[in-house]
Design a protein around this ligand. Structure first.
Ligand SMILES: Nc1ncnc2c1ncn2[C@@H]1O[C@H](COP(=O)(O)OP(=O)(O)OP(=O)(O)O)[C@@H](O)[C@H]1O
Ligand code: SF4
Ligand SMILES: [Mg+2]
Length: 357
């Protein structure tokens, strides 16, 4: 086998020009706190060498099981946590470390959290939540505050704005609260919206409305949106590109419809086999052998090999590179390499299916 892993493949929608946000080879290892010598302390390999480009007016979905590293990736992109290695570029410029550069970054890259109730302060009104960022970031003079705050509500389809502006979070539905949280982000004219499971805590009946709002914002506000979800069906509905994560790594990426119609990685196939259920409130349980691996001692070679029905000898020893499988679609899986020797192709598990070349 001559192919070497090319982990610098940049995932995300392919568009001409400079992406709004780019992550280069981001890695995050969390230390595991335990007593003993400081050398060789174990770490959680939460995100491993991920490169991502988010162009404006696109939605990129990050999909995977619980614990696959989706939120860690989103938090790295917000700079809420410091990467172990890798760098971020905003509009093509490396992100500076000064306080001013950080403030500018926080203005341009906005995080929308899963639980809209906890992201709004229950003692303050909608008006307070919207006027505060307008004041702090000097987006409106005193006499414009009321009008600008109401415009923000209209931009997230909370209309007529007068009906909502003086309400408190507990007087709103979950979907309305999530819209206020998004409106607050829009107050500072961001370039990037990072939405970490933004609808998973909402009633099924209002999820679609919030997804449709994100869809509208992509076009109207030219936002680069990262949509984190464990629901691959909603990724297909909303996203231009789907990026599938397993055990801290990207295993497949490409156009969202292509990935769901013709998944090339056995893990994506497994994810899709957990039938989409719009009424589901908890992450799907995947059928098939085993469960997600320890991220402290991840499996050698392909991290999916202990669970993979097609695992071959090579899968246990050597991490697969991201291999092209269709236009703009890559899968990190040895099944798509034509360079395997017969010894490397030997089935790893008893009863493993014969791999296709
Ligand atoms: N601060 C931390 N310290 C140590 N380990 C962490 C920390 N934050 C996350 N992890 C670990 O990193 C791994 C990835 O976690 P992460 O929250 O990114 O997964 P996720 O894909 O968002 O899962 P979920 O779908 O449940 O939200 C997990 O093993 C988690 O336990
Ligand atoms: S065939 Fe091998 S490389 Fe591909 S997913 Fe299965 S274990 Fe990983
Ligand atoms: Mg998460």
């Amino acid at each position: 086998m001559t192919t070497t892993p090319d982990t610098a493949v940049v995932h995300g929608p392919k568009r001409p020009g400079v992406p709004a946000l780019e992550a280069r080879r981001l890695t995050k290892h969390f230390p595991v706190h335990q007593l003993g010598p400081s050398r060789n302390k174990p770490v959680v390999h939460a995100v491993e060498d991920i490169s991502l480009a988010l162009p404006e007016a696109t939605v990129t979905a990050v999909v995977g099981e619980s614990g696959s590293g989706k939120s860690t990736l989103a938090r790295l992109l917000t700079q809420l946590i410091v990467p172990t290695s890798g760098e971020l570029l905003l509009d093509g410029e490396p992100v500076g470390r000064s306080g001013r550069a950080r403030r500018e970054y926080t203005r341009k890259v906005h995080l929308v959290l899963q639980d809209p109730f906890s992201s709004l302060n229950s003692v303050h009104s909608v008006r307070y939540h919207l006027e505060r960022p307008l004041k702090l970031h000097r987006r409106a003079g005193r006499d414009e505050l009321d009008a600008k705050a109401k415009q923000l509500l209209e931009r997230v389809s909370l209309s007529p704005a007068d009906r909502f502006i003086d309400k408190f979070p507990h007087e709103l539905s979950g979907g309305q609260r999530q819209r206020v949280a998004i409106a607050r982000g829009l107050a500072v004219e961001p370039r990037v919206l990072l939405a970490d499971e933004p609808v998973s805590m909402l009633d099924v009946s209002i999820r679609l409305g919030v997804l449709n709002l994100l869809d509208e914002l992509r076009e109207r506000e030219r936002l680069a949106i990262l949509y984190v979800t464990h629901d691959i069906a909603s990724a297909r509905y909303l996203a231009d590109t789907a990026v599938v994560m397993y055990a801290g790594q990207v295993v497949e990426s490409g156009p969202a419809t292509q990935i769901t119609d013709a998944p090339a990685h056995p893990y994506t196939q497994l994810l899709l086999s957990a039938a989409p259920d719009p009424a589901r409130t908890t992450p799907p349980v995947l059928r098939g052998r085993g469960s997600p691996p320890s991220l402290v001692n991840p499996p050698s070679g392909c991290r999916f090999h202990p669970r993979c029905p097609f695992a071959m000898a090579v899968c246990k020893t050597t991490a697969p590179p991201a291999l092209p499988v269709a236009t703009d679609q890559v899968a990190a899986c040895w099944l798509h390499s034509t360079e395997r020797t017969p010894a490397e192709s030997a089935p790893l598990h008893n009863g493993a299916s014969a791999p296709a070349s």
